[in-house]
Design a binder for this molecule. Structure first.
Ligand SMILES: Cc1cc2nc3c(=O)[nH]c(=O)nc-3n(C[C@H](O)[C@H](O)[C@H](O)COP(=O)(O)OP(=O)(O)OC[C@H]3O[C@@H](n4cnc5c(N)ncnc54)[C@H](O)[C@@H]3O)c2cc1C
Ligand code: FES
Length: 514
């Protein structure tokens, strides 16, 4: 079983060196997923010099784990968007997705990118476990509103293959995200522009504007774009940065990829009305079709046995496609917001942030890049107000905001006061981690495949919740705002910026052969 995403197999992503000396460009972009790569591509094309700075390797933390439906249909159903924000804002939100798909198509054409882009219908349907009349009526209502707002949609009593009531949205699309991002990345180096991998951005100086990478190197610039999915502090003050982070809810979403017999299902994208929803994508391959099935989302760090999520997905897939042969399992994060709209705008002077895309990061990430370019060039952008990072008028979102954040103190208290999972290193099997109580303190202990144990403080370096071991991904996940750390403590995904503290002193020793 391959536990990396299906796209990782054939990604062909180019690799780049690390930053070795101080540098100067027009714009520094932090994070090389679809958002950062698109921003760098658009700026370079517009004649500006850029430095795209990536902590790991290019392709993004979540971009490589996406299922890459390209759709203007938002996670929040259209009738709810209209009820919350009114028709105009709902239309603008869907228009944002459509514009982003158009931009992707324009980029593909401009660079002759071979990335398996294909226009396909999108089917939004009642879940296979069953539905009631209200559910059917709300699907019909979504189709009616979509059509009225200019997004061709048709309600169907039985959508193809799934045979449930649903809506067919025409002119949606899919592509190979890694091939697309790889092609954008290849255009960036040269003529004063750079891509730096294994280069972590940290502090940002205000005057002169500069992004520090490591202890002794910095890149001077006129503008900074934070495309890190969960935003860095940047030069926002701690309070504002923390406020933004508490408005972001990180969910882990799971996907399985399976070989299926040819022509079993139409080549299309599907997603259902369940909570959390399931999503499906069918691709034609040579001699077989490939299905990607995802869902089972939960707040990151709040489920102890995440491998069960894969089992549930595979069971449901098996019922829908008995001949499916699962070859891949992977997971990643989606970042939700209280009101369902992304945050894209300047979080401080000359600093743009784009986040909170929910399950629409391919489109909203692309739009975020377009908006960042407009902000740098001081051009008006039609979505600037709607997606403003500082928007206060949450309308219906206010309630959700409180409901989501009540978890934070709850998990913080529960995990600080809760017991450890053992008192001896012997409690940890190879390739596993546990929170142990050793010599009067809690430690996050991990034993690798060779028996070597690494001990870290279990205190999340973001806002001090206690991390939990995620057995499916072999990571330490924080239940409060979804930060994730490698088994040996390094940061994998934010909002956190500092690794778990390695414990040097007794009873530990940094790494122990046991
Ligand atoms: C299972 C799953 C299915 C999904 N399906 C869809 C879908 O069908 N359609 C859709 O539109 N969206 C989907 N999404 C959402 C979408 O994948 C994401 O929203 C999108 O990829 C986010 O892109 P990004 O470039 O903003 O972030 P990322 O791809 O996460 O890139 C951010 C990058 O920033 C880097 N970084 C972070 N901090 C630093 C630092 N300090 N210095 C340097 N670099 C740093 C990270 O290493 C990372 O590479 C899905 C997500 C998941 C997990
Ligand atoms: S992610 Fe906020 S405390 Fe851990």
């Amino acid at each position: 079983m391959d536990t990396t995403s299906y796209w990782a197999d054939s990604k062909g992503l180019p690799s780049f060196g690390t930053l070795k000396e101080n540098s100067q460009v027009d714009v520094v972009i932090v994070g090389a997923g679809i958002t950062g790569a698109t921003a760098a591509f658009l700026l370079k094309k517009a004649g500006y010099t850029v430095a795209l700075v990536e902590r790991g390797t290019c392709g993004g933390f979540d971009t490589i784990n996406t299922t890459a439906h390209l759709t203007c249909v938002t996670d929040k159903p259209l009738h709810k968007l209209v009820a919350t924000f009114g028709k105009e804002a709902a239309q603008a939100t869907w228009e944002a997705g459509r514009t982003a798909i158009d931009q992707i198509v324009a980029n593909i054409r401009a660079e002759s990118i071979e990335c398996e882009f294909k226009w396909v219908p999108g089917y939004y349907h009642a879940p296979s476990k069953g539905y009631d009349k209200a559910e059917r009526d709300s699907l019909r209502e979504d189709a009616r509103i979509a059509d009225e707002l200019g997004f061709p949609a048709e309600f169907m009593e039985s959508i193809p293959w799934i045979e449930m009531p649903g809506v067919q949205f025409s002119h949606q699309a899919k592509f190979h995200p890694a091939k697309y991002v790889a092609a954008l990345l290849r255009t960036i180096p040269g003529r004063g522009s750079h891509v730096f991998e294994k280069t972590e951005a940290g502090k940002i100086d205000e005057e002169p504007l500069a992004v520090h990478c490591g202890e002794h190197k910095r890149i001077r610039c006129r503008y900074v774009i934070l495309a890190t999915h969960t935003p860095l502090m940047g030069k926002t003050n701690t309070l504002s940065a923390t406020l933004l982070q508490t408005k972001l809810f990180l969910y882990t979403s799971y996907a399985v990829g399976a070989k299926i017999p040819e022509d079993l299902a139409p080549e299309a994208c599907f997603w259902d009305t369940d909570e959390p929803y399931h999503y499906f994508r069918i691709d034609r391959r040579h001699g077989f079709d490939f299905a990607i099935f995802g869902g089972e989302d939960h707040k990151t760090g709040q489920v102890t046995d995440s491998s069960k999520a894969y089992e549930r997905l595979e069971r449901t897939l098996g019922k829908l496609m008995p001949k499916a042969r699962v070859t891949h399992r992977w997971s990643g994060q989606v970042v939700a917001t209280p009101d369902g709209l992304p945050y894209m705008g300047e979080s401080a002077d000359r600093q743009f942030v784009a986040t909170g895309f929910g399950g629409n990061g391919m489109t909203f990430g692309t739009l975020g890049a377009m908006m960042a370019v407009d902000a740098f060039l001081k051009r008006k952008n039609p979505w600037a107000e709607l997606f403003d990072v500082h928007r206060r008028k949450l309308i219906g979102g206010t309630f959700q905001y409180l409901k989501e954040n009540k978890d934070y103190p709850y998990f913080m208290l529960r995990d600080w006061l809760g017991g450890a999972e053992g008192k001896s290193l012997k409690a940890i099997k190879r390739n596993h981690g546990k929170i142990l109580h050793l010599n009067g303190r809690k430690v996050a202990a991990y034993r690798n495949a060779f028996g070597k144990v690494t001990l870290c403080s279990p205190v999340c370096t973001h806002l001090k919740c206690i991390v939990a071991w995620n057995d499916a991904e072999s990571t330490w996940d924080c239940p409060c705002h979804g930060s994730r750390f490698a088994a040996t403590g390094e940061v994998l995904a934010g909002p956190v910026e500092e690794p778990l503290e390695k414990l040097e002193a007794e009873p530990v020793g940094r790494e122990i052969n046991a």
